[in-house]
Design a protein around this ligand. Sequence first.
Ligand SMILES: C[S@@+](CC[C@H](N)C(=O)[O-])C[C@H]1O[C@@H](n2cnc3c(N)ncnc32)[C@H](O)[C@@H]1O
Length: 269
Amino acid sequence: MVNLIIKAFKRYAWFKRINAKITYEILAKYIPAEEWRFMNYGYVPTEAEPPLALPDDPTLQKYPLQMYHYLATQVDLRGKTVLEVGSGRGGGAHYIATHLQPASYTGLDLAQRAVDLANRLYQSANLRFIQGSAEKIPLPDNSIDVVINVESCHAYGSVPAFLGEVTRVLKPGGYFLMVDFRNEVKNMDVLHAELRATELTWLKHENISERVIMAIEAENDSKVARIEKLVPPRWHTLFGDFAGVVGSRFYNTLKDGTRVYHRFVLRKG
Ligand SMILES: C[S@@+](CC[C@H](N)C(=O)[O-])C[C@H]1O[C@@H](n2cnc3c(N)ncnc32)[C@H](O)[C@@H]1O
């Protein structure tokens, strides 16, 4: 019932904005655990992608980290000014800032508590987290080499407003790297049309749904263990759905093809 009401209201931009803000403020407030660093569903690389050597540590959140790694390495970030929109708890930002050598990395998020948490957990000279909206990015025109966006824009009130802001802050020749899902194929078609309506050049696009399903399955045991450890028992089912455990609505609809997950590389000019 609650799900149906939320689904009905999600067609309104104002509701999507309030829903995202409240959800992520609450999560950062009540679960400030360092071991929960990422909030994306994860990625298993293809055989064609260079393997990433990671320690065999179940607390690492290897698959969500790989989502960042294989998106961010679509371009060379060394010496670049990078903005991440929707940086969440900051794990991806911290990984990229410390391993892929950007000159500077700014993580922007709507949720003030998520920003505060990320600033507390991660301190590097080239890394900072600031509060703000994807639809009104608090940065100057033509100031960013690469914008990164991981599993966040499905929550925005207006994706065209966000894409206008990405285009504005990017320097000419700058890149926009994005991964996200849509709950129905027709809504992914809308996202494609929104991207094609910008002045960004479309360089690469992949349907990575299969790779996300593989990640969800591979990470399931450690994800369930993390939920059991960090979340009060009465919230386990709701949170399992949100986190996309095997058997959740998110997992089932991705598996049956109703929901789709895509990766994009675009360039300004
Ligand atoms: C599913 S989480 C993904 C977080 C992070 N990218 C990751 O993969 O761990 C989505 C994030 O987008 C942020 N978000 C939602 N709407 C936003 C907006 N309008 N502007 C900036 N951030 C937003 C949320 O606060 C949340 O942290």
